[in-house]
Design a protein around this ligand. Sequence first.
Ligand code: CA
Length: 321
Amino acid sequence: MKWLSSICVLAATWAVGLVQAAEDTEMKSVPLRTHSLESPYLDSDMASRWWDFGGDTMIRADKYVRLAADQPSQSGWIFSRIPLTANNFEIEMEFSIAGKGNLHGDGFAMWITKERAQPGDVFGHTDRFEGLGVFFDTYKNNRPGVVFPYVMAMMGDGKTTYDRANDGKANELGGCSARGLRSSSVPSKAKLTYLKDESLSLDLQYKTEGTWTKCFDLKATDSMPLKLPNQAYLGFSAHTGELSDNFDIVKVETKNLYQPRASIPRTKDGKKLASSFERSSKKSGGGWLWFFFKIILFAGVCGGGYVGYNAYRTRQRYNRF
Ligand SMILES: [Ca+2]
């Protein structure tokens, strides 16, 4: 019987190895405390170790970071103190846009830019920025046929100005209308996912809790490389003009994304064969089918062996009498 149990132990070890191999191809994440923000936002000395804030930004420790209040001509910002150095990352934030009036403006923005803490007139941050701006624009200046609020991304090169007259249209990378983003009945959330040299996507949650709506999903190309500056800071800012709203950041969770297997198959010209996400899902899908097939085979061998051994022992017992 010893040989049978040895085989079963060996097979079990091999099966565990298979499970680990399948898990290793999944994208993993590590929280980045340096670029995350949650209540009470401030330390005991009323400052934040990882964030600087200024302008009209007000912090209510139990509720929010208010970038701009529901009053005319407000402008505030909050920026990370250290650059976001992760190659691949996900930033999920909860926010709130709400106000009393019938008309609202102007909007707020999420930034991953070379510039930090430089107030200006693009939703409270400097124009001619270098890096990524994601705008949550609540006031339509001039975009006929487009429903507002409108969410869009622009990759600034440090020279190009924001196309204010047309709500950013001239430099839009991707965007979507988000009717119901203001005063939504569920907590409003946005999730930005960036994979270096591969993709940039934004998902929104404001209609139903737990349901994400794709806003844009961009793949890097030669004409649109989706490159971020080497030193880029994460920030948020908001701006009101004659029209206003309360622009609040409730929570920010940033995660470094990585794939445990460093070696990624490439073609001759150095391009990746498939995106890491595509590849991991394909691999793990096939891997799991194969894995279950082997488990069944393994159970059959061990089970069959056990039944056979019992039959053999019963026969021996009878032979003795
Ligand atoms: Ca606008």
